[in-house]
Ligand binder design. Structure first.
Ligand SMILES: [Zn+2]
Length: 273
């Protein structure tokens, strides 16, 4: 396994909290590439743990897999006041207790201050709420001379472009599922026809084989949010990209099982016969 850091793609991130690790596992044969991103939103732990499980267990025969387990490290460094969120949580394993960091949805104010009353997404001009200024998944394609959050988004965008990443999967969670609006949850987001093509069979196979504990089937959603990595990869770059959204009202192990199963089904569907 090789490692890189985001500062390879934006040198000014070196020595800052934004210099996340990138793990690269290469197969013996040449092939396509897959980027799995956890920790875009550090209060959505299933994505971080799913990406770590992949990192620690994956065997790659063909192509390259890039894994980021903590995409917005600044957002791991704080939590929102009065939400009662833990700083850490532990998981019992066969080889002892493991401790993981829990964080907030957005960049810490200590790394990005002040924030405007209205956030204007640079490339689209779209106006968003103030807290989205620090939301990594509203900052793509980023800006090398912008805010901390825009710089991290820019480095991840450069990683995708410079390595010509074939498929990107960004792992997310919602507070609940789509049957309880305004939540999204139990969804696979696919923002262009080629991603939607795979998402359709992915969701169909998942729902046929696995029942979720709350009986909410997964659905395909073709509307990625403005400034999200999904919108950038699908609409600006025409790459294959998925955002998985699991339902945080379920047990953590169930959400991780759903994310792992979705990735597993997808990889089996595209496996050359
Ligand atoms: Zn999220």
């Amino acid at each position: 396994m090789k490692t890189e850091k985001l500062s390879k793609y934006l040198p000014k991130l070196e020595g800052t909290i934004g210099d996340s690790e990138i793990y690269i596992i290469e197969g013996e044969e040449e092939g396509g590439s897959l980027l799995i991103i956890g920790g875009t939103h550090p209060n959505e732990p299933a994505g971080q743990l799913t990406s770590i499980l992949f990192l620690e267990n994956l065997e790659v025969k063909k192509g390259k897999v890039f894994i980021i387990t903590e995409a917005n490290r600044s957002a791991y460094a704080h939590s929102y006041p009065q939400e009662g969120a833990p700083f850490f949580y532990t998981i019992e394993t066969n080889y002892g207790e493991r401790k993981f960091k829990f964080g907030a949805r957005a960049t810490s104010p200590s790394d990005q201050w002040p924030f405007p009353d209205v956030y204007v997404h640079k490339s689209s001009g779209q106006k968003m709420s103030s807290h989205d200024t620090r939301n990594l998944n509203r900052a793509y394609p980023g800006d090398p001379n912008g805010t901390y959050t825009e710089q991290v988004a820019y480095a991840i965008k450069e990683l995708i472009v410079q390595n010509d990443i074939t498929i990107t999967i960004d792992l997310h969670e919602s507070l609940n599922n789509y049957l309880n609006p305004p939540y999204i949850g139990n969804q696979v987001i696919a923002g262009n026809p080629k991603s939607a093509f795979y998402a359709m069979s992915l969701v169909a196979e998942f729902n046929q084989k696995y029942q979720t504990p709350n009986n909410v089937p997964f659905i395909k959603d073709e509307k990625p949010k403005d400034g999200s990595i999904n919108q950038y990869c699908s609409q600006d770059q025409n790459r294959i990209v998925f955002t998985f959204e699991t339902d945080r009202s379920l047990k953590l192990e169930e959400r991780i099982r759903q994310q792992l199963t979705l990735i597993d089904i997808f990889l089996n569907q595209i496996k050359p016969s």
